[in-house]
Ligand binder design. Structure first.
Ligand code: AMP
Length: 293
C-alpha cells in the first residue's frame, strides 16, 4: 500500500496506472469504522486499483461546527486499509487541497442542496461538492463508492456527476449499523455511556416511521413524521432537529406516501448531532441498512 500526501504524487501514481480501466475510489474523513470498510471491501472486489482518501474537509464545516474536534487516528486507519488490500491512500493537508489563492467552488442549488441537511448546515454541500469534484479530478476513478448513511450527500454527488458529465459510476451502499441499530459514524465516539444508549432513538424512530408508512398510508407524510417525532420525544437525552419524508433523488418533501421515499432524521444527543435514514426504493423494497453482529 502506498501513502501519498500531495496532489502531484497522487497524479503521478495514477498516471502509472493509466492503462487500468478499473480504478475505484472511496473518499473518507478517516477515523474508519465498519461503514467505511464495507465501502472499501466492495470497491476492492470490483476494481483493479483501489484508492482511498482521508481528508477532513474544512469547507464542509460551518465555523461553529466540530472541525477541530473531529476524531482522527491516521495510524489506525492505515492499518485497517492495509489489511483491506487498498493500493493507494491519499492523505492531503488542507493547504494541499486549498492552497493560498483558492477561490473556485462547486455550489449545488435548489432543494437538493438547500433543504433537510442543507437547511441546517448552510454551505455544507458546497464544501462537499467542491472537495469531491477536486478529489475526482486528481484520482480520476472509474467508480466511486459512497454510503447511504449520508443520503443527501449521495444525491448531491449523483446530481453533480450528471450535471458535469463526469465519466464515472457512482455506487451508493447500505448503512452499516451496530447490533442495536445505531448507524456507525465517526462521531459516535463522542457519545457518553448514557448517550450511547439514547442514540438508538434514531433507529427506533425510523422503525416507527416505517411502520406508519406501511400501515397508515392514507394519512400521508404527517403520520410518519408524527410517529418518528413521538419516539424522539420519549427519550430524555434526545432533541429532535428534524424528521422528514422526502423524495430520495430531488429531496423535495413528499405530499403523499409512495415509493421512492427516504425517511430522514437528525437528532442531538447531548452535544452530538447524529443523522440516519431508511430508504424505500422505487421497486417498493426497503433499504434499512445492515446490522453487524
Ligand atoms: P465520512 O468519513 O463520514 O465522510 O464518510 C465517508 C463515506 O463513508 C461516506 O460516503 C459515508 O456516507 C460513508 N459512511 C459513513 N458511515 C457509514 C455507515 N454507517 N454505513 C455505510 N457507509 C457509511
Amino acid at each position: 500500500m502506498r501513502v501519498v500526501t500531495t496532489v502531484q504524487q497522487m497524479r503521478d501514481t495514477r498516471t502509472a496506472w493509466a492503462k487500468s480501466n478499473q480504478v475505484g475510489f472511496v473518499p473518507t474523513m478517516g477515523y474508519l469504522h465498519e461503514g467505511h470498510l464495507s465501502l472499501v471491501r466492495h470497491a476492492r472486489a470490483e476494481n483493479e486499483l483501489l484508492v482511498v482518501s482521508i481528508f477532513v474537509n474544512p469547507t464542509q464545516f460551518a465555523p461553529h461546527e466540530d472541525l477541530e474536534l473531529y476524531p482522527r487516528d491516521v495510524p489506525r486507519d492505515l492499518q485497517l486499509l492495509e489489511a483491506a488490500g487498498v493500493d493507494i491512500v491519499f492523505i492531503p493537508t488542507p493547504d494541499e487541497i486549498y492552497p493560498p489563492g483558492f477561490v473556485t467552488y462547486v455550489d449545488p442549488t435548489g432543494p437538493l442542496a438547500e433543504q433537510a441537511e442543507g437547511a441546517r448546515r448552510p454551505g455544507h454541500f458546497r464544501g462537499v461538492a467542491t472537495v469531491v469534484l477536486k478529489l475526482f479530478q486528481v484520482v480520476q476513478p472509474h467508480q466511486a463508492y459512497f454510503g447511504q448513511k449520508d443520503a443527501q450527500q449521495a444525491a448531491v454527488i449523483s446530481r453533480m456527476i450528471a450535471d458535469f458529465h463526469l465519466p464515472l459510476r457512482l455506487h451508493v451502499l447500505p448503512i452499516i449499523r451496530e447490533a442495536d441499530g445505531l448507524a456507525m459514524s465517526s462521531r459516535n465516539v463522542y457519545l457518553g455511556s448514557e448517550e450511547r444508549i439514547a442514540a438508538t432513538t434514531l433507529y427506533r424512530a425510523l422503525q416507527a416511521g416505517r411502520l406508519a408508512f406501511e400501515t397508515r398510508r392514507a394519512d400521508g407524510p404527517l403520520a410518519v413524521i408524527k410517529a418518528m417525532t413521538a419516539v424522539v420525544a420519549s427519550e430524555p437525552h434526545a432533541v429532535l432537529d428534524y424528521a422528514e419524508v422526502r423524495n430520495p433523488n430531488s429531496f423535495l418533501p413528499l405530499e403523499s406516501l409512495h415509493a421512492p421515499a427516504v425517511l430522514l432524521i437528525a437528532v442531538r444527543i447531548g452535544s452530538v448531532r447524529l443523522i440516519d435514514n431508511f430508504l424505500l426504493r422505487a421497486d417498493g423494497s426497503w433499504d434499512v441498512g445492515i446490522a453487524v453482529t
